[in-house]
Design a protein around this ligand. Structure first.
Ligand SMILES: Cc1ncc(COP(=O)(O)O)c(C=O)c1O
Length: 480
């Protein structure tokens, strides 16, 4: 298959014909109208798992709202303060409503991002000797990092590996992990609803099963929520961390921890701050009362000017429809995977190696891969990123803060990495570690990733395939 720009209209027509889930009529029009800066500035954006894109209408609505209100710090009872409080609570209700999180069951804590939400859990969960922290291999580093709190408190820390080629969890090992640690009093199991590396979507039924075995469950939804329906009437994780900029691009710097009241009551904050207490005394050292619920976890002043933009962003997503966004990116990623599976050099050798599922079965629209030369050698991923950048195509390279998927995908053994952690000239950087592993083993511990989202269209994925085709029959040496 070839991807000449001149054939784009024909390919688009054929794609629309066979992909009703693409919702061409409604969402293509929205892309043209509300995300027109992409065309105007000539960008092909393929890094939605890194960050979502905002619509022009979101900015206009927020700026008009700012221009029309006088708002003060919410922690008071004057008119501007009360107005700010009203809009903060409106944003909280919008989050409840969007995720169908019954306020009688779930609270919403506003945070800086998903990592901050995870840190709140990590530093406050009652880890102690005999407690457990169980994780899947394919967690983001912000979930892996909780293990430092667990370890310091003397809790057990354990991982369930993912397996090649799909990079899914082995169900037997998961079952063993969940039952083996069953006697511990406080047990936290953390996994991503969607891997930000492989796009794998794990069964959400695990949540209930883990609950039955006495675990609290943290479902990292940062990579899942932007293009999938998360309905908290149906699934009941205890902790759900999110970043809103990944869902609708604007503003950055606001996330949430959606948390079951019961699980929140288990958390013990290691400190208090302005805004989180009902009362503190300097004379009675140790005297303070933490505020109940989310208030006790929102340190200092929340982003009271930014939070109304969360209400607007969620409304924007709802107006398009999360199911329509889902089926659209599903159709686009399905087309991409099919092209990647079939694109070959003239000698018949494949041009792509996909890490993770190579069909749309139980996966999202995040695709990790290598580009290969006619002899099967891997093109340098940074070079690919640079060449794509010269054509204003934004793709991502590296390990995406997901070392577990990367280590399994690239078959990196602990012995291959050991030197990166035992060098006297610590700290070893990611690039140095890459070189150490490559020089010792010939393995390439680095990946390219494409991810689709709210504003993606067929032209974007076609444009990427036109770019990839430029590598046909070029050896790694030619490229250098
Ligand atoms: C699955 C997953 N979890 C957590 C995070 C952390 O999000 P943030 O950097 O917004 O804190 C990311 C970011 O890419 C992610 O993809």
């Amino acid at each position: 298959m070839d991807y000449p720009p001149t054939a784009l209209p024909h390919s688009l027509a054929a794609f629309i014909e066979t992909s009703p889930g693409y919702h061409a009529a409604e969402i293509d029009a929205l892309r043209t109208k509300d995300y027109r800066r992409l065309e105007r500035l000539g960008h092909t954006y393929l890094d939605f798992t890194g960050g979502g894109l905002y619509a022009d209408s979101q900015l206009k609505e927020h700026h008009a709202w700012l221009a029309d209100h006088v708002l003060g710090n919410p922690h008071s009872h004057n008119p501007t303060s009360l107005a700010a409080t009203h809009f903060v609570e409106e944003a909280r209700s919008a989050v409840h409503e969007f995720f169908k999180a019954d306020p009688a069951e779930y609270d919403v804590i506003f945070t800086l991002n998903a990592s901050h939400a995870l840190k709140l859990v990590g530093e406050s969960y009652p880890f102690e000797a005999g407690a457990c922290y169980l994780m899947s291999y394919d967690n983001h580093n912000s979930v892996n990092g909780i293990r430092e709190f667990a370890r310091r408190a003397g809790a057990d820390v354990a991982y369930i590996p993912v397996r090649k080629p799909d990079l899914r969890l082995d169900a037997d090992l998961l079952e063993r992990g969940l039952t083996q640690h069953a006697p511990c009093p406080n047990r936290l199991f953390a996994y991503p609803a969607q891997s930000n590396f492989s796009g794998v979507q794990h069964p959400l039924e695990w949540i209930e099963h883990a609950h039955e075995l006495g675990w609290d469950v943290l479902l990292d939804s940062a990579a899942f929520a932007p293009t999938n329906r998360l309905d908290l009437r149906i699934i009941k994780p205890d902790f759900v961390p999110l970043s809103f900029y990944k869902m609708f691009g604007y503003p950055t710097g606001i996330g949430a921890l959606i948390v079951r009241h019961e699980a929140l009551a288990k958390l013990r904050r290691p400190w208090f701050a302005g805004g989180t207490i009902t009362l503190a005394s300097v004379q009675g050292e140790g005297w303070h009362h933490l505020s109940p619920g989310h208030t006790g976890f929102e340190d200092g002043t929340v982003d009271y000017l930014g939070l109304p933009a969360i209400t607007m962003g969620l409304r924007h997503v709802s107006e398009i429809g999360i199911d329509a966004i889902h089926s659209r990116v599903d159709a686009l990623a399905g087309w991409l995977l099919e092209q990647m599976r079939t694109l070959v050099h003239t000698n018949g050798e494949p041009m792509f190696r996909i890490f993770g599922p190579d069909t749309m079965d139980r996966r999202g629209a995040t695709i990790a891969f290598y580009l290969l030369d006619p002899d099967g050698a891997v093109y340098d991923v940074h070079r690919i990123e640079r060449l794509a950048g010269e054509e204003r195509i934004s793709i991502r390279t590296g390990c995406f803060c997901n070392p577990g998927d990367g280590e399994v995908a690239h078959e990196i053994e602990p012995s291959d990495m050991q030197k990166c952690f035992t060098e006297p000239s610590m700290p070893v950087t990611y690039d140095q570690c890459h070189d150490i592993i490559r020089d010792r083993t010939g393995k390439v511990p680095n990946t390219v990733r494409i991810s689709l989202g709210i504003a993606s269209n067929f032209e974007d994925v076609y444009r990427f395939m036109t770019f990839a085709e430029e590598f046909r029959d070029r050896s790694v040496r030619d490229l250098d």
